[in-house]
Each structure stands twice: as structure tokens, then as C-alpha cells.
Design a protein around this ligand. Structure first.
Ligand code: NAP
Ligand code: MG
Length: 401
């Protein structure tokens, strides 16, 4: 068989534990037999991050800037236990955080839908894509504990340090707490453009919520920036594509999303996105069925699964057991990256292969063959679900390509 040829390499970011094992199997069983795969390989496994003093992570992000498309395996973000386990030189930062900082991107999380795996919210028929603003708010906040009798102010100074404005936050009669948060117009603007571009590309409308009635300056700024950029740069394209942008209060968005059938891009401020993306992922069935795409404002793409390295399964794998770890989100990371590469290099066969592999994956589940995390959730007339281990599941998919 003639393999599909590629022009530009994909940036391949290998990772850790169970997902590193599955990474290799996906390539061997589902990709290499059909595609003359070209990648520039970066080993982001924790041991190699440690021995390169984490330079490999920055290098892989720079390569993504150069080539435009990356596919990433889940990686360990070290904590104190991992520092001991891997005898690390340092508690290295989260690779995803490093890559996001370098690419200045927005993360879009999308559930993968298969018939039979019914979302907990029964009305949801289409994916709800969540865009989380990944800068500022409480994630870069300054906090303090205040004693009774003290006063806290918001003070703004000029470049020379001289005081320009001062507002009383609260005069504390008793002990309490205070928090200072910030954001940047430029970051919100880049976020808005990433969201509108992504929605146009996916052919979905945009819903956004914040609390501008209470936060009349801070949240209102998000509302205004989105509204201005939409009408100046995107309204025409959206209307032509039959799409729309809706802003409403965050609590109203939540209510509308639950009543909806899905199929929109839900734009979230940082904290809302943190919370709602886990809610949405769980409601659709399994973490193993959620993909994540990082898109930079200048159109660079990094695809990955939303879940982690599935440590508990890896321990079992290492003790010689077979595990039924769900590879679907990682397969969709590969198909997302291959399709994008195909689009950019005008290789129709590569886009076609990505479509075919996704259909083969979903139809394998719909026909009743799946990993253990999905078994209890599967309901389909006349189909009795069969639990397979990861490798047998991949082989079943291969039969359908
Ligand atoms: P996790 O790897 O997502 O796993 C949490 C649990 O969710 C698993 O124990 C498993 O439950 C279930 N699960 C997740 N993915 C699954 C899949 N594909 N198939 C079947 N079940 C799946 O999260 P974690 O245990 O909190 O984190 C483990 C490591 O991953 C950490 O070192 C963390 O730093 C890293 N992490 C990396 C990323 C990333 O690279 N994007 C994201 C999150 C976490 P059962 O054990 O009950 O079967
Ligand atoms: Mg969260």
C-alpha cells in the first residue's frame, strides 16, 4: 500500500507514564501503516526534561512556532512526591504552562461524542466547546490577611512611583481578607480574536458570559472588548456563515447551556473556564473523551488529550497487568494535528485519513467495543458493550480504517 506523504513535519511532543505507552501503540497500530509520518521529535518525558534542565520544553514550543502544528502527549507536572520519585534536580514548571506562555495561546476543550455514550445532561447532542482565558484574574492575584482596625486601599501609581489614584476597598472593623487581581486589554483582545477565529473555522456560534452588572469596570471591560472586536472585525464573516455572537450574564449562560443541545463555543473567563470545563467533561461521560487544542493568536496549533498521564493505570501496567485505558482523546489529538497539517500543506489525503480514523474510532465504540471507563455509560438498543484492553481496542479500530 502507498503511504500518504507529508510535506512539513509535525512537532511531536512525547510524554509520560500510561499515555506514553499508548502514544507508541497509536503510532504503530493506527498511523504508521498508512502515513509516511514526518515529525520533529521532542521527548517531554520527565526524565528528559530533567536532564535538559527543561530546555526541551521551550525548544518544542519554539518548534511549534516555526512549523505551526504540534501534537502533545500528557506529561507529569512535578510536585514534591515526583521530585523524589524521579530524583529531580528541580520541581520543574508545568510543560503546558510553559508552552502556553511561549505561544500565548487560548485552550479550546472539545468532548468527543459517540452514540450510546449519553451525556448526563440528556439534551446535549452536540459538543460544547469551552474556551478558557488563561491569563490573569485570581491566577495571578495578590492577597493578604487584614487585621481588624486596618484599612485596605487600591492605589495606582505613575511610572515614577507617585500616587495617582486611591480607592478605599474596605475599612476592616474585624479581621478579614483582601485580594488584588488584574488583566490586560491586550490579552483579552488576543483571546477574543482566538475565539472568533476558532469559532469561524469550526462553524459554531459564540456564547460568552461574565458578571458585568456587579463588576462594572473589570468584567465590563471583557464585555466591551469582545463586542468591539466582534463588530469591527468579525460580524460580517459570522453573518455570512449563519453564525452569531451572544453576550449575556454568566449565570444566564449557565442556564442556557444546560437547556441547549450544545454545539457552541462557550467563552469563559479564567476561573469560569477552570470550573466549567471539568463540569462539561464529566457531563459528557469520561475524561478519556475530551480533547484540548491550544491556538495562538497568529494561528499556531497544539493538540492534546485533556486528561493526564493516568498514573494509576501505569502502575498496574508496570506490574504486568493489561489496562483498559481510553486512548480516544490521544487519537483525536493526532487526527487534529494531521488534519491541520493536511490543510496547511494542501494534502487532501491526509485530511481524509484524519476523518477516516476519527470515524473508525467513534464507530468502534458505537458498535459496542470500548475501554472500561465507558462501559457503564453505554446504552444502545441491541448492542451489548464489550470491554477491551487498550491495545485490543486500538486493533479493533484498525480493522475499520
Ligand atoms: P489523570 O491522569 O487525568 O487521571 C485521573 C483519573 O481519571 C485516572 O486515575 C482514571 O481513573 C481517569 N482517567 C483519566 N484519563 C483516563 C483515560 N484516558 N482512560 C481511562 N481513565 C482515565 O489525572 P491525575 O491522576 O490527576 O494526574 C496524573 C498525572 O498527569 C499528574 O502527574 C499530572 O501532573 C499529570 N497531568 C497532565 C496533564 C497534561 O499533560 N495535560 C493534565 C492533567 C494531569 P481510574 O483510575 O479511576 O480509572
Ligand atoms: Mg479545573
Amino acid at each position: 500500500m502507498n503511504k500518504i506523504k507529508m510535506k512539513t513535519p509535525l512537532v511531536e511532543m512525547d510524554g509520560d507514564e500510561m499515555t506514553r505507552v499508548i502514544w507508541q501503540w497509536i503510532k504503530e497500530i493506527l498511523i504508521l501503516p498508512y502515513v509516511g509520518l514526518k515529525t520533529e521529535y521532542y521527548d517531554l518525558g520527565l526524565a528528559n526534561r530533567d536532564s535538559t534542565l527543561d530546555k526541551v520544553t521551550a525548544d518544542s514550543a519554539e518548534a511549534t512556532k516555526k512549523y505551526g502544528v504540534a501534537v502533545k502527549c500528557a506529561t507529569i507536572t512535578p510536585n514534591a512526591e515526583r521530585v523524589k520519585e524521579y530524583n529531580l534536580k528541580k520541581m520543574w514548571n508545568s510543560p503546558n504552562g510553559t508552552i502556553r506562555r511561549i505561544l500565548d495561546g487560548t485552550v479550546f476543550r472539545t468532548p468527543i461524542i459517540a452514540e450510546g455514550i449519553t451525556p448526563y445532561v440528556h439534551g446535549w447532542k452536540k459538543p460544547i466547546v469551552i474556551a478558557r482565558h488563561a491569563y490573569g484574574d485570581i491566577y495571578n492575584s495578590v492577597e493578604d490577611r487584614i487585621k481588624g482596625g486596618e484599612k485596605a486601599y487600591l492605589v495606582v501609581c505613575g511610572e515614577d512611583g507617585s500616587e495617582l489614584r486611591r480607592k478605599l476597598i474596605h475599612g476592616f472593623e474585624s479581621d478579614g481578607i483582601v485580594q488584588g487581581v488584574h488583566n490586560l486589554d491586550s490579552s483579552v483582545e488576543a483571546f477574543a480574536r482566538s475565539c472568533f477565529n476558532y469559532a469561524l473555522e469550526q462553524g459554531i456560534s459564540v456564547w460568552m458570559g461574565a458578571k458585568d452588572t456587579v463588576s462594572k469596570i473589570y468584567d465590563h471591560r471583557f464585555k466591551d472588548i469582545f463586542a468591539d472586536i466582534y463588530s469591527a472585525e468579525y460580524r460580517q464573516a459570522f453573518e455570512k456563515a449563519g453564525l452569531y455572537f451572544m453576550y449575556t450574564l454568566i449565570d444566564d449562560v449557565v442556564a442556557r447551556v444546560v437547556r441547549s443541545e450544545g454545539g457552541m463555543l462557550w467563552v469563559c473567563k479564567n476561573y469560569d473556564g477552570d470550573v466549567m470545563s471539568d463540569m462539561v467533561a464529566t457531563a459528557y461521560g469520561s475524561l478519556g473523551m475530551m480533547t484540548s487544542t491550544l491556538v495562538s493568536p497568529d494561528g499556531k496549533y497544539e493538540y492534546e488529550a485533556a486528561h493526564g498521564t493516568v498514573t494509576r493505570h501505569y502502575r498496574r501496567h508496570m506490574s504486568g497487568e493489561t489496562t483498559s485505558t481510553n486512548p480516544v482523546a490521544t487519537i483525536f489529538a493526532w487526527t487534529g494535528a494531521l488534519r491541520k497539517r493536511g490543510e496547511l500543506d494542501a494534502i487532501n489525503e491526509l485530511c481524509g485519513f484524519a476523518d477516516r480514523l476519527e470515524r473508525a474510532t467513534v464507530s468502534t465504540i458505537e458498535d459496542g467495543f470500548m475501554t472500561g471507563d465507558l462501559i457503564d455509560r453505554f446504552r444502545r438498543e441491541g448492542v451489548t458493550p464489550v470491554k477491551l484492553d487498550s491495545k485490543d481496542f486500538l486493533l479493533k479500530i484498525a480493522e475499520r480504517i
